[in-house]
Structures are given as structure tokens and as C-alpha cells.
Write a protein that binds this ligand. Sequence first.
Ligand code: SAM
Length: 247
Amino acid sequence: MPSLLEEIRTAYQKIRSQAPWKHEKSDYWHHRILPFATLAPWLDDIEFVHLYEKIRSHTLVDIYRCYELWSLAKQCANVEGDLLEVGVWRGGTGCILASAIRYQRGKKVYLADTFSGVVKAGVDDTRYVGGEHADTSATIVQQLVDELSLENVQILQGIFPEDTQDRITGKIALLHCDVDVYRSSKDIVEWCLPRLSVGAIIIFDDYGFFGCEGVTRYCEELRQRPEFKFIHNLNGHAIFIKITVTD
Ligand SMILES: C[S@@+](CC[C@H](N)C(=O)[O-])C[C@H]1O[C@@H](n2cnc3c(N)ncnc32)[C@H](O)[C@@H]1O
């Protein structure tokens, strides 16, 4: 039986010998990533562990990104505004955000989804064509919200921003954008830009995922804007922190 160290060494050798690749419709290089760090704080956080067990069948997002959402939402306590997730599917990550801030009085979490699948796929997108992830409903999400006794959630059904933007009136402290394609990402962020408080965080899911090159492209455009600091987290999150006021 190989030791853990031997297993890790073999995994690294395999990765090093694997050639980088590109999607046939895109210029972005991909290579298997295996970071060296091993600290796993999600295992020590009992509240998170219990929550994750309850939501894991309601999410497509892995535990690393779920824990990062949990942690970033908690850090929004002193940032003015509510939280918005666009791209809810069955409610898993949305309920992580809502649970993380359930004791932050006055803050709401808006969960926006068509509940009929991905929209606005186009030439910038490599794998998505539209209609994916339609196997859900607002009722499925509401049931999870009720099961977790969350009282800070508002579900918005329809294309965001076009159909449901009027339901949000205040500032935004955190946006979780998990919509898989370029055009939706752009429309959502452009709607949010004038509403973001200083200190607000935008988290993109799927940054760097093979098949989601449209999201990566949009993040590369957004990072040119001077009001944000940009962090490429190797787990598939792109994180933007608003640091200055802009017109
Ligand atoms: C990958 S799923 C979201 C996954 C979810 N965050 C989880 O915890 O697994 C992407 C979702 O985005 C939704 N979507 C895509 N574009 C949208 C838009 N412009 N407005 C509302 N929903 C959208 C789709 O209906 C789909 O449910």
C-alpha cells in the first residue's frame, strides 16, 4: 500500500506529464491544477459541516467553493446592502449565503433564477447552448429555505435583470454570479455596478472551468475596471472586491 506522500508524488508526476489543452472554440489554456496547500478549515467549522450535509444534494458546487461563499458572506456584515445570487438552480449555494448572514439583522438574500434553465448563450460560450439546468423549480428552493428556517430569503423567478430587477431597491453588498455564460454575466454585473457599496464582493462561479470560457472572458474584461481588486482563486472562483467609488 503506497504512503500518502507517495500517492501525492504520483499525482504530481501525472499532472506534470499531462499536456495543457484548449477548447477548440477558445484561446484559453487549461492545465490540471493541484495546489500544494492542505489546510481544510471547512472540516473544523461545525455549523458549516451540518449545513453542507443538508444542502449538498441541492448544489452543483463543490465544498471548497461552498465554504468560500460561507466565509465571504460572513465578511459582508459591515458592508451596506443586501446579497444577490443569480443562478440558484436547486438553492444549495443560495441557502449557504442566507445561513451565513441569518443573524445579520436587516440584510436580505435575493435568489434569482429563471427556474427554466440557462439563457443568453452565444458566440463567446463554448459548451452551453441554453436550457441547461432546467431540472428545478422555485418550489424546490422554497422547500429548502423552509427546511433551514431561513427568514431572510426572497426568491425572484425570471430572467435577471430584465424580469425581476424592480424587486431590489437598495445597495448590493455581495453578488454571487453563477449563470454559466458570457452575456448573462455581463448584463447582471452591469445592473449591479451602480448599486455596489465600497467593500462589496462579486464572486463568479465557473471562472476557468473548461466549457465555461464565456464566464472567464467576461471576468477578464471586468478586471480592467479600476474600482476592483481581482483575485483568481484556483478553485474556480473569480473574486472582485470593490475598493473605490466610481461614477
Ligand atoms: C449552474 S446553475 C446554478 C448552480 C447553483 N448556484 C448551485 O448551487 O448549484 C446556473 C443557473 O443559472 C440560471 N440562469 C442563467 N442565466 C440566468 C439569468 N440571466 N437570470 C436568471 N437565471 C439565470 C439557470 O436557470 C441555472 O439554474
